[in-house]
Design a protein around this ligand. Structure first.
Ligand SMILES: [Zn+2]
Length: 88
């Protein structure tokens, strides 16, 4: 566990991050949108705000804020974390 008081990038608001790239629709227990990682004609990507996780049922991609930024910006884990922490 980190002892400093800054918010860990893992705790970054995934919904807010994904919303920059994808239009999310509210669904009953989650948000959903067109997956940016494959040619999505439906809304295959679900975002679970409570868990801060996303999962695409079309291409299988999933994870948290770091994994999303890594994939969409084509960054390393370190670069993605830096991007998330400097954007807040
Ligand atoms: Zn997908």
């Amino acid at each position: 566990m980190s002892t400093n008081n800054s918010i860990s990038p893992i705790q970054a608001d995934l919904v807010r991050i994904i919303s920059k790239y994808v239009l999310l629709e509210e669904s009953r227990r989650h948000l959903k949108g067109r997956c940016p990682f494959h040619k999505d004609l439906a809304t295959s990507m679900l975002v679970y705000a409570e868990k801060n996780l996303f999962q695409c049922f079309g291409c299988g991609k999933g994870g948290g804020p770091v994994e999303f930024v890594m994939a969409i910006e084509n960054k390393s884990r370190e670069e993605a974390i830096q991007l998330i922490t400097t954007q807040r």
